[in-house]
Design a protein around this ligand. Structure first.
Ligand SMILES: Cc1cc2nc3c(=O)[nH]c(=O)nc-3n(C[C@H](O)[C@H](O)[C@H](O)COP(=O)(O)OP(=O)(O)OC[C@H]3O[C@@H](n4cnc5c(N)ncnc54)[C@H](O)[C@@H]3O)c2cc1C
Length: 398
């Protein structure tokens, strides 16, 4: 398999770089570089800039307003935007719901919701997980009972990322208790401003309320908000997860993290010389860099096969495990590199423009919060333990 980029792909990379030079606001890339918090407005600003260029929905076909990129082009875009410290594209509407509506939604749903996703009229969040339904997603208990031309929804979702910003949530709900658990699930679009919806923040290890609990108490949802057929939601849910897991390797993020680690290790001192020259620390960096290079090559193989029309198999589980472990290792080394500066945590310093400066150099202030926040990587999107079982069954045939 030839993994080198074609002339066309190289030209595309150059075009993405030019675009980022011209259009990525310095205010946003500075925040990314320093690991400062992004606000809802920051994400919306970046989405609008990409949308104007027609690059917001790289994975959508052109007929729906997307860029229609293949997997290699999406990979190049991802590499360049992460290297430039651009905000990530919030995935819920664009990478998750959009493809589901395009494949299973009615024409009315497509015409109404898809342009709204592109224009940023709605902020979507993902209502899959529940307190008793995470890895075992098919055991969702939130119910939706038909009452005339409405469903009445009762129950609870949890770990809802950025639900505090959202006005819409796509939910897996139980519409039947007959048969196998997977057979009684439906896919419903719920307006979070409707009476009976309560959002409660969950504060994570880094002190950030990034995720939420969402409660539904007799929420009336119009039947036209059902996607596809009643009780067929499991099929749509699985289709969505295949989109959630694209770019799962996070090569761009790992590259950016590694570059940051090396920069810090050049600035920090150990025994009177730069930390990067300490043989023990240099060996640790080399080890993680070798793992990253090997994983990036596997990722290119998968991306290249996907561009040729092949569906990724258990390789995406391998990439999930390796990609997240590598990013967590880079976080751990970055925390080690800043030494005692990893201890004081001034939460306000992570807000751009705050009067509270960090204790220690500015490059150190996000080391601990990132280390703590990225514990999530090996849990969400299918936990690493579950991925290992998939690998054991599909590749090792155990
Ligand atoms: C930061 C963060 C953001 C999230 N955002 C969202 C979101 O926006 N929307 C949403 O719907 N969900 C979201 N999730 C939920 C996420 O998908 C679940 O946390 C994940 O599916 C794991 O489920 P659980 O937390 O219930 O853990 P459990 O499934 O209870 O697992 C607990 C432990 O047991 C292990 N385990 C479970 N089953 C098996 C098995 N069969 N074999 C081996 N080990 C197993 C797991 O690996 C884990 O270590 C988010 C989670 C986090 C941490």
């Amino acid at each position: 398999m030839d993994l080198s980029f074609t002339e066309e792909q190289k030209a595309f990379r150059a075009e993405v770089r030019r675009f980022l030079d011209e259009k990525l606001p310095k205010r946003l890339s500075d925040k990314g570089r320093l690991g400062q918090r992004l606000t809802k407005q920051d994400y919306e600003e970046w989405h609008a800039i990409l949308n104007e260029k027609g690059w917001l929905a790289g994975n959508w076909p052109k007929e729906h307003g997307g860029a229609g990129w293949n997997a290699v082009e999406r990979h190049i875009f991802e590499e360049e935007t992460t290297a430039a410290h651009a905000p990530r594209i919030v995935p819920f509407g664009l990478a998750m719901l959009g493809p589901v509506l395009q494949k299973f939604g009615s024409k009315e749903q497509q015409d109404y919701w898809l342009p709204r996703i592109l224009n940023g009229d709605d902020w979507w969040c993902q209502g899959y997980s529940e307190p008793g339904a995470g890895s075992d997603l098919a055991s969702v208990k939130t119910t939706a009972e038909r009452d005339g031309d409405h469903y009445v929804v009762n129950g609870q979702k949890t770990w809802t990322t950025l639900g505090q910003y959202a006005n819409m949530i796509f939910c897996l709900v139980r519409t039947s208790k007959e048969g196998k658990p997977q057979e009684g699930i439906s896919f419903l679009l719920v307006d979070m401003n409707d009476p009976g919806v309560t959002v409660r923040p969950i504060v994570l290890l880094d002190g950030e309320p990034e995720v939420n609990e969402v409660f539904f108490d007799n929420v009336r949802v119009p039947v036209e908000n059902l996607v596809g057929e009643e009780n067929k939601g499991w099929t749509y849910a699985k289709y969505l997860l295949t989109h959630e897991r694209t770019n799962i390797a996070g090569v761009g993020f790992a590259n950016a993290g590694l570059a940051n680690l090396k920069r810090i290790a050049r600035l920090e001192q150990s025994g009177g010389r730069p930390l990067i020259e300490d043989p023990l620390f240099a060996a640790k960096i080399a080890e993680v860099e070798i793992s990253l290079m090997a994983m990036a090559t596997t990722n290119l193989r998968v991306v290249s096969a996907a561009a040729a029309g092949q569906a990724p198999g258990a390789e995406s589980s391998m990439l999930k495990v390796k990609g997240t472990v590598i990013r967590q290792e880079i976080n751990a080394l970055t925390k080690q590199a800043v030494g005692p500066w990893a201890m004081p945590f001034v939460s306000e310093a992570l807000e751009a423009g705050s009067n509270e400066g960090p204790v220690g150099p500015s490059y150190a202030m996000s080391a601990t919060p990132h280390y703590l926040n990225n514990r999530k990587l090996s849990i969400y999107g299918g936990s690493n333990e579950v991925q290992k079982t998939i690998i054991a069954k599909a590749i090792l045939e155990l």
